[in-house]
Design a protein around this ligand. Structure first.
Ligand SMILES: *[C@@H]1O[C@H](CO)[C@@H](O)[C@H](O)[C@H]1NC(C)=O
Ligand SMILES: *[C@@H]1O[C@H](CO)[C@@H](O)[C@H](O)[C@H]1NC(C)=O
Length: 186
């Protein structure tokens, strides 16, 4: 009698466990972004990009939906960086043409050269990712991140508000994200 009761109690418990884990699983599947594990791996340990930035940036490109490998996601990050720095270079050209506050102009001039350099390095970097020369691509990405930082530092040192602060931050983070993805690429 005792044994059967224990048996039926444990069956009920087991049934509940099964029911709840089943609902939990389907909930997790529906709610979790497929980019989350990758972004946790790459952005979680990185003080640069961060998980939210990784998810938003990669998620903004519809190619990332079908992309699972670190390599294909790094190609997307490199492309996003290219789009970003190309438009930033154009913005800087426009700002310099327009003229304005002397200190701002003085800080912006080196940024023009820095961004032109970053833009020039983009095709080589993308080619290096595609042909598997990850170390070469990463070296380029690190240079790009450093250049964006350098542009921003010029304004900080000059104590003027940068008109490209957001752009510097995006370029820095995208370069770090692509670099981080390539750490795991095969
Ligand atoms: C630059 O990158 C950021 C972050 O991914 C994005 O929100 C922004 O739209 C991009 N801008 C351009 C011009 O590509
Ligand atoms: C890959 O492409 C990069 C950039 O164009 C080039 O410098 C490198 O030599 C290439 N490597 C191989 C193995 O093809």
């Amino acid at each position: 009698m005792k044994v059967t009761m224990l048996g039926s109690i444990s069956s009920v418990v087991l049934l509940f466990v099964l029911l709840f884990s089943a609902t939990d699983n389907s909930k997790v599947k529906a709610d979790v972004d497929p980019l989350l594990p990758t972004c946790k791996t790459v952005g979680g340990g990185s003080m640069y990009a961060g998980i939210d930035f990784c998810m938003a940036a990669l998620g903004s490109d519809k190619r990332s939906r079908g992309a699972e490998s670190y390599r294909s996601l790094s190609i997307i990050a490199v492309d996003l960086l290219t789009a970003n720095v190309t438009s930033t270079a154009t913005k800087i050209d426009g700002l310099l043409q327009k003229g304005g506050d002397a200190t701002t102009i003085k800080c912006l001039q080196p940024c023009q050269a820095l961004y032109r350099e970053i833009v020039k390095r983009r095709p080589g970097c993308a080619a290096a990712v595609k042909n598997g020369s990850f170390k070469e691509a990463q070296a380029e990405l690190q240079k790009s991140a450093a250049a964006a930082k350098e542009c921003d530092s010029g304004f900080r040192n000059g104590h003027v508000t940068s008109p490209v602060a957001v752009e510097d931050d995006n370029a820095f983070k995208l370069a770090k994200l692509a670099d981080g993805l390539l750490d795991h690429a095969t």
